[in-house]
Design a protein around this ligand. Structure first.
Ligand SMILES: [Zn+2]
Length: 290
């Protein structure tokens, strides 16, 4: 079971989230049949969305859109405050690796563009905030968003490791934030530790990456675990929802679906579930419109 652990330094000036998102990204890969680079880009976006959603309360929803101008197209994911996230990548068939190391390439395939965060508090009028992509690697773009848009100095590390068959082996990451009033020398101490921290991929590769991440973030400093929440890839689509969407179409269009196509098939872009509507069901929708 995936989890997100919230912690705070004993001093109260630093807080960190650490995550295991392995099952979430595995599920996303299975549902969308993504190839290596697409898997990593989608996975990193899902992790960033999980972190942002963990910051929300009540019935809020967070949508992250990473909109690039290169091969991937856009990556979109949505998370609620109960640990559920769903998402997809526009071009799921990208698989480009460095010849020498086999490292999966992400940034250049995202290109230039924007990191868009939409917060929906469930009371209408969602709040949208946009920052430019810095490297297209998503982790850095996300850290820049947090620092610029939310005015909270933040360090982020997130990644997806694949096995030799390009299947998800481990996924996760961390977010460290400086809280108001933190003394300069303490900030310098944390900064130094983050700079000297082993690469996020090697931390994720360790046996218990949650503990490895916490140790890398806090070093010898005392901290408290505040909570542990479960995370999962879960889509909220349903036949009823798509039926309502069909009902918004023109009567003529619906009639054509019935008479010419003898039914309709809708695929949820977030999870790949296929919903079919036969002629009778279309007839009911048409009749309900009048
Ligand atoms: Zn769905």
């Amino acid at each position: 079971m995936d989890k997100l652990i919230k912690t705070i330094s004993a001093s109260g000036y630093f807080r960190a989230y650490v995550l295991d998102s392995t099952q979430t990204v595995k599920e996303a890969q299975e549902k969308h049949q993504t190839l290596a680079s697409s898997t990593v880009a989608l996975g990193r976006t899902l992790i960033a969305t999980q972190i942002l959603a963990a910051n929300q309360k009540g019935d809020s929803k967070i949508t992250v859109k990473v909109i690039g101008d290169s091969s991937f197209g856009h990556v979109i994911s949505v998370a609620d405050t109960k640990g559920h996230v769903k998402g997809y990548i526009q071009n799921k068939g990208i698989d480009i690796k460095k010849t020498a190391t086999g490292e999966v390439i992400v940034g250049p395939l995202m290109g230039n563009g924007h990191f868009v965060v939409i917060t929906d508090y469930g009371i209408g009028k969602p709040y949208t905030s946009t920052t430019p992509l810095i490297t297209g690697e998503i982790g850095e773009d996300f850290a820049y968003y947090l620092t610029e848009s939310e005015q909270t100095p933040s360090a982020v590390g997130l990644n997806v490791l694949l096995d030799e068959n390009d299947q998800v082996k481990v996924a996760g990451g961390f977010m460290l934030q400086v809280l108001p009033g933190a003394p300069e020398e303490a900030i310098a101490r944390y900064e130094k530790r983050i700079q000297e921290m082993p690469a996020i991929s090697s931390l994720l590769a360790s046996k218990n990456h949650i503990e490895a991440l916490l140790e890398a973030i806090y070093g010898e400093e005392a901290f408290k675990r505040l909570s542990e929440d479960t995370l999962a890839f879960q889509c909220d689509c349903s036949k009823e929802r798509f039926q309502n969407a069909l009902a918004t179409l023109d009567k003529k269009e619906l009639q054509a679906m019935k008479d010419e196509d003898h039914g309709a098939e809708i695929i949820c872009q977030f999870c790949g579930t296929v919903y079919t509507f036969n002629e009778e069901e279309l007839e009911t929708i048409i009749n309900d419109k009048s």
